[in-house]
Design a protein around this ligand. Structure first.
Ligand SMILES: Nc1ncnc2c1ncn2[C@@H]1O[C@H](COP(=O)(O)OP(=O)(O)OP(=O)(O)O)[C@@H](O)[C@H]1O
Ligand SMILES: [Mg+2]
Length: 242
């Protein structure tokens, strides 16, 4: 048996609506310290809505989100972010009319007083992603899709996340770029960053992920290891194949 890592975030029985449309139906999920927890699901399954509910960007109607010993379900989004839960959304990557460096500066948040983790600085970001150093003075909007995605992850890191949430970081990217994003995520994991990763790309997720949940039509349909998932063809074909 491997070591059981401490729980960083626990979602319990979450329900979320957009107006009258009921989108999340009693979702529960656990993210553990230093692990990559994957949330898999097809288009429209509810992945982004779940992330937005965790981050306070779309209010949940009921349920609990436990983080640092508190239920943050009613906490305003800016407080959740400043307490260390930081999302990077792939459909809302960066500010195109600012430079790469300016985008990173915007992502900066004051380290919290109890900070025990690595403190991210622009220099440390440049060490991890040399391409951003090279392009620091360019307009972010002039970068390729893959470079913009790297900047989006880097900008989230500048907030010193205790929990980094990556919403489909590989979407629309070429295989070679996907591989390099995978390598960066491995490095972050080695630094003990806790990551919640949503994906439709099961192959990519299974290489990085420790635990895995599948969401479909706003309900969690599977929770377990990738190994068990790979042995369960019917779940994969029912909820993940296109
Ligand atoms: N702002 C909104 N208003 C109303 N309905 C929405 C809104 N955003 C999403 N939805 C609906 O909520 C459901 C879940 O969408 P969500 O974006 O959470 O799925 P997803 O798993 O992130 O999908 P994708 O992989 O395409 O990003 C879908 O039926 C979608 O049409
Ligand atoms: Mg989404």
């Amino acid at each position: 048996m491997g070591k059981i890592h401490k729980i960083v975030l626990e979602v319990k029985d979450l329900h979320t609506y957009y107006g009258l449309s009921h989108i999340l139906f009693g979702v529960s999920l656990i993210v553990r310290q230093g692990e990559v927890t994957c949330l898999l699901g097809r288009n429209g399954a509810g992945k982004t809505t779940l992330i937005k509910s965790i981050c306070g960007l779309v209010p949940a109607s009921s349920g609990e989100v436990w983080y640092q010993g508190k239920n943050i379900i009613k906490t305003p989004a800016h407080r959740i972010a400043s307490s260390g839960v930081i999302p990077a959304f792939s459909d809302n990557r960066i500010f195109g009319n600012l430079t790469v460096k300016e985008n990173l500066e915007i992502g900066k948040m004051r380290p919290r007083s109890d900070e025990k983790r690595v403190i991210w600085t622009i220099e440390k970001i440049y060490d991890l992603f040399p391409i951003l150093k090279e392009f620091e003075k360019r307009w972010a909007g002039s970068l390729s899709g893959g470079q913009q995605q790297i900047l989006c992850v880097a900008k989230a890191l500048m907030g010193n996340p205790e929990l980094l949430i990556l919403d489909e970081p590989t979407i629309g990217l070429a295989p070679v770029v996907i591989a390099s994003i995978g390598e960066q995520i491995e490095i972050l994991k080695a630094e003990n960053t806790s990551i919640l990763l949503t994906e439709q790309n099961v192959k990519f997720a299974s290489r990085l992920g420790d635990a895995c949940s599948i969401i479909d039509m706003g309900e969690i349909k599977y929770q377990g290891t990738f190994k068990d998932l790979h042995n369960n063809e019917s779940i994969v074909s029912e909820y993940l194949s296109v």
